[in-house]
Structure formats: structure tokens, C-alpha cells
Design a protein around this ligand. Structure first.
Ligand code: ARG
Length: 476
């Protein structure tokens, strides 16, 4: 039977299903069909196949080295597991729901292929430490995948920022035009956010990297196993220190989901900006046909669907974190079957995050900033008001609070005239503050305003050019 579509009733109704070969010693008959259905995880945990096989190979090699099984058995197990892997990779493997999960599917097929030695593989381990090990290996790869994806996205952002260090645009607070910034500076803000996301992934990886294998069911094992050997073989820094904790810990999955959720939130914020920027109201960027769709009724439409979907899909990742937190929060030590529900949220988050990161990189590479529209937008909303206040402080030694007040009156005067600050005459400005001179006007140009913000981390093109180089150095 295929694991994708388990039949509601997998056994002939008239004959009692057989007890499990794996654990059915004290069971007279097999599970009810609905029990089998709720219990089986093979439909999703088949994604752990590679990790399960790697874990079993490391375990078998260790058992032989420690004299717990013979080298001949370990060799047979290793070769058999390679054949199982080939079958899985080629699609020839038949996953069986009645074998519950990936661990028992692999072991049962191994037994079919090599017989007796396969039955010695499960010495000194349990599915509890086995699944914790497999899942850690999987999450470790997921952390590395997300890191690589974000690095590529950062590269796309840095490339675009480099072309637009001098492109001026309005910076916003409260989505109200605030002060001019460089478009490159705006993009580099996201480079920082994704850089912190990568830092969180790295932190999670470092904490994850202890090997649960050999913790067995919950208490360790009487066999003289070498947990340091298996830990090293699987690329872990060391074995976990407490067997109870090792089989019941899912912090590593939660940390991955938390880091992924924060990253999803960042991707969503950027997606939201792309949606705004593409609108006729902003016209800040254009996306080509490659990243837009049309409307079936409104011929003028070019919709930024990919950005909208990234914005929505972040919710799935955040939902996955929530699912697992709720699943874990009531569990006593050690393993409980609830923990089988840890995998789907992580798989879902990984699929979603990879797709969203790739779509975002595609959009950044596709995006064409509308330089004239960005510049023109800085003419609305008195973006140089702070510059007038700063000029009053600098040139006339007026205290900033007072300068702020004088500038407010100038903005009001310009608003009444329906013009920008630079379109006020000197006489009009002097009616508000008599000491203002002609030399105020150059300081009020948008370009001067942008150029003046030269503090470290500021929006001035001089700083942004340095920031582009520094970002390449730090992140790529
Ligand atoms: N499929 C199980 C899981 O994913 C494997 C561990 C089962 N352990 C057990 N004691 N039933 O959690």
C-alpha cells in the first residue's frame, strides 16, 4: 500500500490483522484501521530517510567496534543500508503504513535484504533516540539551507544597493514622508535584517549540535556503547549529557522555527514594501512580466502576486512555530507520542521559507527602481523641514526646540501657499525669523539634505558606498 493514500481500512475485515513484527511480541492482533492511520508517520517522516540511514550506519559501525556485534554483521548492515538508500532514491522502495514510520520501514526492508544481521541493528538504541538524532540531522541541514538562501538574497540586495547608493527616495516613519534617504540605504536595511536572521540560524545550529543517539528509550543502555564515536561520525560536537533530556528535547526544532518565523516576518515586511512600491500611487519600482500577473478583467493590471504570497506565507511559518510550542508545552519527561507531531510543522516551514527566500531573491534581481519617480516623491511632504531646523541651529545658534517651532511655522506658511519650503521667498521666511539669510536655500535642497546625513550608519551616499563594501565583507 502506498503511504501517500492510506486506505481507511487496510486489512481484510474478516481476518484479524497480524500484530507488528517490530513490537508485537505481547500483542495477539494488530491495530484497528483507524489506530494505524492516526499512529503512522511514514507519510511525512519518509523525508528523514537519508538521516535515518546515516544514523544506523554510524550506530552499526560503533556496535562492531565495541564488540557488541560482529564486524561481518556490521558490514552486512552497512551494505544493506546502502541498497535501501538506493531503492529509496530511485523510487523503487515501497513505504508501508503498517510499519508506522521511517525507522521501521528501513529496518524491515533491511531484514528482507540481509536477514539475520538486520535484527541486531537495534541493539543499544531505541526509536526515541533514533528519531531525535534523525530529526536533528534534518534540522541541521535545514538551518544550513536557509543560511545559504539568505546569503544569496543578501547578495542580490547588495548588488542592487551598489547601483543605487546615490538614488534619492523619501524615507518614511508612520508611512509618512520623513527625510530623504538613498535607495541603496533602504535596501541595506534588509541586508542587516537577513544578516541577523542568519546569526540566529547559526546560534541554533551550535546549540543543536549534540548527539542524542545512545540515550536509548530514556535511560541509556547497559551495552558498552561509545556515544562519542557515533556523535563524531554524524558531525556532532559531542553526545548529549542527559538521556532523559535527549529523547524529549525538541528545542532545536523550536529554535529553527523561531528563527524561521522572524525571518518570515522580515520577508513579509519587505514584500509589503514591494506591493506598495509597485502601486500607481508610489511607482517606486517596476517588476517585469517575470514576477507579475495580469487580471482576467482589468487589462491595465500587473499585480505583484509573488510579493503578496510571500507576505501571506510568512503566516504558515509563524503558525508552525505555534503548533509545535503548543504540542510540547504540556509534556512530562521523557518521550511522548505527541512529539511525532514535530515534523510536519518543520517540513512545512522549511518548504515555505525556501520558496519565499527564492521568490524574494528573484524579485530583487528583477526589480527596476523608477529613479525619477523616487526623486519626485521627495518633493512632497516637506522632507527638508529638519534641514531648515538644523540650519537655524548651526548658523544662528538657535536652540533646537526653538528651531523646531520656527520651522513648523515655515511649513505652515508653505502649506497655505501649497508649495514646498524652497518655494517660499526670503521675505516670507524672514517674516517668521528675521535672521534667516539667502544662504538657507542651498541647505534645503533634497540632495544637500541627503548628503548631510553622514553620521556612521547614516543615509548619505558617502556612508552608503562604504556600507555596501562593508556588507560584502561581512555577509558574502
Ligand atoms: N515515529 C515516532 C516519532 O516520530 C518515532 C518514535 C517512536 N517511539 C515510540 N516509543 N513509539 O516520534
Amino acid at each position: 500500500m502506498s503511504a501517500e493514500q492510506p486506505k481507511p481500512n487496510s486489512q481484510d475485515r474478516n481476518s484479524a490483522p497480524a500484530a507488528s513484527q517490530m513490537w508485537g511480541g505481547r500483542f495477539a492482533r494488530g491495530p484497528a484501521a483507524i489506530m494505524e492511520k492516526i499512529n503512522a508517520s511514514i507519510g511525512f517522516d519518509k523525508r528523514l530517510a537519508d538521516q535515518d540511514i546515516a544514523g544506523s550506519k554510524a550506530h552499526a559501525a560503533m556496535l562492531a567496534r565495541q564488540g557488541i556485534i560482529t564486524q561481518a554483521d556490521a558490514d552486512a548492515i552497512r551494505d544493506g543500508l546502502d541498497r535501501v538508500k538506493e531503492e529509496i532514491d530511485s523510487g523503487a522502495f515501497t513505504f508501508k503504513v503498517e510499519l508506522e514510520d521511517i525507522h521501521m520501514n528501513v529496518e524491515a526492508r533491511l531484514a528482507e535484504l540481509i536477514g539475520e544481521p538486520a535484527k541486531r541493528l537495534h541493539t543499544g538504541r531505541s526509536r526515541n533516540d533514533q528519531v531525535a538524532t534523525d530529526f536533528k540531522l534534518w534540522v541541521r541541514d535545514a538551518l544550513d539551507r536557509a543560511d545559504q538562501g539568505l546569503k544569496a538574497l543578501q547578495a542580490a540586495l547588495i548588488d542592487l544597493a551598489e547601483k543605487h547608493t546615490d538614488t534619492v527616495m523619501p524615507g518614511f516613519t508612520h508611512l509618512q514622508a520623513a527625510q530623504p534617504v538613498s535607495f541603496g540605504h533602504h535596501l541595506l536595511a534588509y541586508v542587516e535584517m537577513f544578516g541577523r536572521d542568519r546569526g540566529r540560524l547559526r546560534d541554533a545550529r551550535a546549540r543543536l549540535n549534540e548527539c542524542p543517539l545512545g540515550s536509548a528509550a530514556l535511560a541509556g543502555t547497559p551495552y558498552p556503547i561509545d556515544r562519542f564515536m557515533t556523535a563524531e561520525a554524524l558531525g556532532f560536537d559531542r553526545p548529549t549529557a542527559n538521556s532523559l533530556d535527549a529523547v524529549s528535547d525538541r528545542d532545536f526544532a523550536l529554535e529553527y522555527l523561531a528563527a524561521a518565523s522572524i525571518c518570515g516576518m522580515h520577508l513579509s515586511r519587505f514584500a509589503e514594501e514591494i506591493v506598495l512600491w509597485c502601486s500607481a500611487q508610489f511607482r517606486f519600482i517596476r517588476l517585469t512580466d517575470a514576477f507579475t500577473t495580469g487580471s482576467s478583467i482589468m487589462p491595465q493590471k500587473k499585480n505583484p502576486d509573488a510579493a503578496e504570497l510571500v507576505r501571506a506565507k510568512a503566516g504558515r511559518v509563524i503558525g508552525s512555530l505555534n503548533s509545535l510550542l503548543v504540542a510540547m508545552k504540556g509534556l512530562p519527561l521523557a518521550y511522548s507520542k505527541d512529539m511525532q507531531e514535530d515534523k510536519e510543522p518543520v517540513f512545512e516551514a522549511d518548504d515555505t521559507l525556501a520558496l519565499c527566500i527564492a521568490a524574494m531573491e528573484g524579485m530583487v534581481r528583477d526589480m527596476q527602481p523608477n529613479v525619477p519617480a523616487l526623486r519626485e516623491a521627495t518633493d512632497r511632504g516637506f522632507l527638508n523641514a529638519t534641514d531648515l531646523a538644523d540650519w537655524l541651529v548651526r548658523e544662528l545658534n538657535i536652540p533646537f526646540r526653538e528651531a523646531h517651532h520656527i520651522t513648523g511655522r515655515a511649513v505652515k506658511a508653505a502649506e497655505d501657499k501649497r508649495v514646498g519650503l524652497t518655494a517660499l521667498t526670503l521675505e516670507e521666511l524672514q517674516a517668521i525669523e528675521p535672521r534667516i539669510t539667502e544662504s538657507v536655500f542651498p541647505a534645503l535642497s533634497i540632495e544637500a539634505s541627503l548628503d548631510s546625513r553622514r553620521s556612521f550608519g547614516g543615509a548619505s551616499p558617502v556612508r552608503v558606498r562604504e556600507a555596501v563594501a562593508a556588507a560584502r565583507e561581512r555577509f558574502l
